[in-house]
Design a protein around this ligand. Structure first.
Ligand code: UD1
Length: 420
């Protein structure tokens, strides 16, 4: 199992180019199931979750051809099977996103339940209820969802009881080829959905129109046309590098993302003391001498503060000049990094879904264990400013979502090595 060896403290200085967004690529890859003709996708990040999604697409009977020169892939339909196996869906919850498109295009699907994970139970009831309203019949047996829509899916009006990224994506994908009009209310409006998935599908001929902050209208179409599409940059990767720059009191230019997309995070970093300059598709960020604490930081659905950056911000607030509180409102158990940060010297206590962070911690290198994707990157960030050697075990979690992070960090001055 690969590990990272980081020798700190390091100061980050230089330029980082962002990779394509993992969370935008996953629903776009699932959307390729809706096509008759080949689709070209560019700027996919080379991370484990994307490779798993591509394996899943292949297992459904598509041919995936890679073009290493322009880092693109072409997905082409061949002999379709509507079965998504446990072995591919178990490691990646986004596997459930093939359910909507399979039903919409092929009127049936058998999909493994994605199962729980360390950060919480993560059920799929919102996905199933929404697809049910579009005409899906299903039963669950031995960990599989057996679903069909013999007469095809039909448009409907659906209000999600709670905002869910995956359920919104699955419903949009299903409604794209359904008969008639679908209106989805109380949708997740993460840029991966409201910008990238919407643009991708509309470019192919879908009729998707956002009609309010959280409502979308989808007029079903008969078919989608062959297209070439480049995935947006990864805003969570961008936020992660911003935090790394600030904690190390460094200065970094991050290229590839429109700063407006992460304005909530940038405002917070300014409050903490960072100096930030925004350009059209890049950000220049400089860490302050003294990091200020934040009274209460709550994770929220977009355009609030993202749960995916909660762990990196916690590492940062350990270095602030006073007490901060972080409240996790999206996932019930997303504090697995706390115990590991404490090994480095963090002073954090947990009360229910709140972490109370006493700042001014001096981190000293230690041996650490990754527990999930975003928790592992928080450990990397903390180890960058810890004195001496840190070893971070089980970085396969991190490899699910960060492309060549050690190369990017090494380039800006971090002493980091992958040990295989
Ligand atoms: C997506 C992101 C993930 C991010 C999360 C929240 C991808 C591939 N993953 O995950 O990085 O952390 O959004 O921004 O884009 N829920 C239910 N029933 C459901 C669905 C969700 O109870 O059917 C609950 C979940 O347990 C969670 C909350 O709703 O508490 C939000 O989950 P959701 O937005 O669906 O997250 P994902 O799409 O899984």
């Amino acid at each position: 199992m690969d590990r990272f060896l980081i020798n700190g403290p390091c100061k980050i200085k230089g330029t980082i180019n962002l990779s394509g967004s993992k969370n935008a690529s996953l629903p776009i890859l699932a959307a390729t199931i809706l096509f008759e003709e080949p689709v070209e996708i560019k700027n996919l990040p080379n991370v484990k979750d994307i490779r798993t999604m591509l394996d899943l697409i292949k297992s459904l009977g598509f041919i995936v051809k890679k073009n290493k020169i322009n880092n693109s892939i072409i997905i082409k339909k061949k002999n379709i099977k509507t079965f998504a196996s446990y072995s591919l869906v178990k490691t990646m919850r986004a596997g459930i996103l093939v359910l909507g498109p399979l039903l919409s295009k092929y009127k049936k699907a058998t999909t493994s339940l994605p199962g729980g994970c360390l950060i919480g139970a993560r059920p799929v009831n919102f996905h199933l209820n929404a697809l049910g309203k579009l005409g899906m019949k299903h039963c669950i047996k031995k960990g599989y969802i057996y679903a069909n829509a013999e007469k095809g899916l039909k448009g409907s009006t659906i209000k999600f009881p709670k905002i869910s990224v995956g359920a919104t994506e699955n419903a949009i994908l299903a409604a794209t080829l359904a008969q008639g009009k679908t209106i989805l209310k109380n949708c997740a409006i993460e840029p991966e959905i409201k910008i990238d998935l919407t643009n991708f599908l509309n470019k192919a001929g879908a009729k998707i129109k956002w009609i309010g902050k959280r409502s979308v209208e989808i007029e079903g179409v008969k078919k989608l046309n062959s297209i070439s599409y480049s995935v947006m940059a990864d805003r969570i990767e961008c936020g992660t590098f911003c935090v790394a720059a600030v904690i190390s009191k460094g200065e970094v230019k991050i290229n590839g993302l429109n700063p407006k997309i992460i304005s909530t995070e940038l405002k917070l970093l300014k409050k903490i003391g960072a100096k930030i300059k925004n350009f059209e598709d890049s950000i220049l960020i400089k860490g302050p001498k003294k990091i200020k604490s934040i009274k209460l930081l709550k994770t929220k659905e977009y355009d609030g503060f993202p749960t995916d950056l909660q762990a990196p911000f916690m590492a940062l607030l350990c270095k602030a000049n006073g007490k901060s509180v972080i409240q996790e409102r999206i996932f019930e158990n997303r504090f697995t990094h706390v115990g590991e940060l404490k090994r480095l010297g963090a002073k954090i206590s947990i009360i229910k879904n709140k972490a109370i962070i006493n700042g001014n911690s001096n981190f000293e290198g230690a041996e650490l264990m990754s527990s999930d994707l975003r928790a592992s990157v928080a450990l990397v960030i903390a180890a960058i400013v810890a004195k001496g050697n840190s070893i971070i075990n089980r970085i396969y979690h991190l490899d699910r979502g960060y492309e060549k992070i050690e190369n990017k960090l090494r380039k800006v001055g971090v002493n980091i090595k992958r040990l295989s």
